[in-house]
Design a protein around this ligand. Structure first.
Ligand code: SAM
Length: 250
């Protein structure tokens, strides 16, 4: 058991090393906990991402840290014409639940899930019209490496959409949010999933992850242009978008 990340102390940023092993443990309860602990807001946030997809041509979508493929499935129900979607994750437990959902909807021809690290994706360069990563980027060990990898996967002019938790800017909302994330969510999540470490980890990663302008700067440093942020639900979640410049191939 020593290879499973140890519980973070109150004031430390948690180790992201091999965190996917934790998702293997909570996979069976992941979707239901997502819906209930976010009061269903995660569905609304995932749907908002749809309007950022190009609608003028068929697209190849790559979704990193895809988990149980929720984000792909919500995008497929939107207006964009998704020709094919590939999802990558390191947790076999999450991927196998994702494959079940895909097969129940008869979408095996369209969506394929692969084992793959968001920092070193086993896929060719320049294949994707859109790369997405929802609630995944804060789990990777080295964010700049993952962002560079996302740029590599995109075609020139392709779009990156990153959905992630963030810290609400309003101090009153923020204190309620911290109370919920620090005291309520770890207890409820731990109780339902049987893994209290996992939901304590969630709050630590959110609080120690750069958000807003700090994250936009990381995207620009990784070579994205037209970087924008869109805050949802008082800034509890933020969608970051950026474009791989035309004429660049790396
Ligand atoms: C909070 S879940 C998000 C899952 C999914 N994207 C969603 O929207 O529900 C985070 C996911 O990141 C995966 N993960 C963590 N580190 C990873 C890495 N380095 N490469 C790929 N996936 C990773 C975990 O296995 C887990 O499935």
């Amino acid at each position: 058991m020593s290879d499973v990340p140890t519980a973070p102390t109150a004031d430390s940023a948690p180790s992201r090393k091999e965190v996917w092993k934790m998702f293997d443990r909570i996979a069976h309860r992941y979707d239901v906990l997502n819906r209930s602990l976010s009061f269903g807001r995660d569905v609304a946030w995932r749907k908002r991402l749809r309007k950022h997809l190009p609608k003028d041509r068929p697209i190849l979508l790559v979704d990193l840290a895809t988990g149980t493929a929720d984000q792909i499935l919500f995008l497929l129900d939107g207006e964009a014409e998704i020709d094919a979607a590939r999802g990558y994750d390191l947790s076999e437990g999450m991927l196998s639940l994702g494959r079940e959902k895909i097969s129940k909807r008869g979408l095996e021809e369209k969506i394929t899930l692969y084992t793959g690290d968001a920092q070193e994706v086993p896929a060719e360069s320049g294949i994707a019209d859109v790369v997405t990563i929802s609630f995944g980027i804060r789990n990777v060990e080295h964010v700049p490496t993952a962002l560079t990898e996302m740029r590599r996967l995109l075609k020139p002019g392709g779009k990156l959409c990153i959905l992630e938790f963030s810290i609400p800017p309003n101090p009153v909302v923020r204190s309620g949010y911290f109370f919920y994330f620090r005291h309520i969510l770890p207890k409820l999540g731990g109780w339902v999933s049987g893994d209290s470490y996992a939901y304590n980890y969630l709050n630590k990663t959110v609080e120690s992850f750069p958000c807003g302008e700090a994250f936009c700067t990381l995207m620009r440093e990784a070579g994205f242009e037209f970087v924008q942020e869109e805050r949802y639900t008082f800034g509890v979640a933020t969608l970051y978008t950026g474009v791989k410049p035309e004429g660049t191939h790396a």
